[in-house]
Ligand binder design. Sequence first.
Ligand SMILES: [Zn+2]
Length: 153
Amino acid sequence: MKQLKVDAIKDGTVIDHIPGGKAVQVLKILGGGKEATVSIGMNLNSSKLGKKDIVKIENHELSADQVNRIAIIAPTASITIIRNYDVAEKRKVEIPGKIDNITHCPNPNCITNKEDIRTLFDRYRGADDDKTEFMCHYCERIYPADGLKIKVG
Ligand SMILES: [Zn+2]
């Protein structure tokens, strides 16, 4: 049996229940965690997800905006804020209604890929509510959340 060993952190954020293999994208969303100490556990066994990733960020509490960005690629994620070794707050991620300039549009002919324009996607509610899809504000194409490429930096 593989046992997950999570070293306690004094202050910071633990992002758990990230779908297996998505931790790297989560870090991209957070801008690489520049000065924070980040540790990652990948492909850990999870009864809920099969495989999951965990990201721990020391001395950094995620903003609501960052939490919503994470929801785009890891809708199952749970966020725990740690202060002085104690759980100060637990948050569930919420899939945002809009994605403002976080992802590229996958459509190569989209104007956002030709000119310097902020990308904007609106949550698209089709017949199948289980799917998370977004529509590009400019070319009006619809893409699944995990088909959108996160901008780096
Ligand atoms: Zn587009």
